[in-house]
Design a protein around this ligand. Sequence first.
Ligand code: UGA
Length: 468
Amino acid sequence: MRLTVIGTGYLGATHAAAMAELGHEVLGVDVDPDKIEALSAGRVPFFEPGLPELLKKHVDSGRLRFTTDYDEAAAFATVHFVGVGTPQVKGSYAADVRYVDAAITELSRRAVGKHVVFGKSTVPVGTASRLQQLASLTVSERARQAREAGDTQAADALENTSIEVAWNPEFLREGLAVKDTLEPDRVVLGLQKPGAVCDGAGREAEPAAEAILRECFAPILARETPIIVTDTATAELVKVSANAFLATKISFINAVSEICEAAGADVTTLADAIGADARIGRRFLNAGLGFGGGCLPKDIRAFMARAGELGADQALTFLREVDAINMRRREKAVDLVKESFGGSLLGHTVTVLGAAFKPNSDDVRDSPALSIAGSLSLAGAAVVVHDPQAMETAKRVFPTLDYAPSIDEALAGTEMVVVATEWQQFRDIDPVHAKSLVKRAAVLDGRNCLPTAAWQDAGWEVTSLGRG
Ligand code: UGA
């Protein structure tokens, strides 16, 4: 099949390369010429394990190309995936849908024939049906104008043009994006209500999205991956509900972690014990500095904002608490470091290991690690940061911190170490060697990822979150 992928960030670039891997001819589209230049040269402009190899393979084979040109996109294929960003609106909880709107508008201004658009971006419920109306209106307006201008040929073609907007949410995790795209747990497809898709003459158009998606994902579906076909509102809600559930699970264990701290109990043992119950499950029960990144924090906020617009805000007030518990963990970590210095950080050096919001990523969006590094610095500490991958992205957001090129250099002469992202490199640190580098052997294990006994045996004072 020939298809386009509009938006080439984490989601889009991975989807484009994965679709080429499945055998399709793919054109990636983005408004950012720098990104397109990098991708066209086979370079991934962010860190995602496995993606550079896949991208290069298919750029070299010619099956994957990139462009900034919507004319080319509309002419190249009649199947389009949209994976543009939906960031949080500044000063509001709502999601900013201007980029999805722009993608649909640009396509609708150019498309001729029967096109199907699969939205993949995380959007407020109701977006797909609004976009369907936008697409249908744009096409019928073009048909009307062509007819008025006496361009019969164009008018006939546009009256037979339709754009079907379906929703196919994406559940990939950064760091595992390639695997999650090629081997998803499930495929969700949201279709428009009967009669919602119209051509340029206002006639009901035959829906084609389900058959096309099944063909597109044939190798994935052949492995008996479950596919859930539903309406667009449900598909949109599946995605935000999944992220809200994951965020709630993390904040649940972090709330219990606060109780463990007060009661002198151990949250990691507790998580193992409750997680052994299959109904609960151990995954996403790692207590620590909480969740960050470009998705979970903004998605729970956008979900609350949308619930408010729908008059159902009471249903999601608990997500405010989920958000608050999450942010409190960062404050707690900063307080523990302060306490360790008797209340004031002035004149002290603290090393923060980690800047990315999670390991195997260079993404620092809403990163608990970087947020803590920033708070410690603002409270007067001299902060040294090291991250195996996120140094450049972190420097752009927080240029005033000190960045050390290696773990050893980050530890040299420091008075306190905070492990803020659970990179394997940090788990593997030899506490005996590390002790020989520092001025004061104190560590805060913000992710409960260190072998505590080994560090204590080496003479470190270890503070953990939620462990007595
Ligand atoms: C998340 C979802 O997991 C994906 O399914 C979804 O597709 C994606 O958002 C999205 O909406 O695009 P991601 O943001 O890559 O994926 O990261 P996660 O692996 O979910 O981790 C989120 C945060 O939670 C990280 O900061 C991580 O450190 C934290 N976390 C995770 C915990 O604090 N404890 C845990 O037990 C698990």
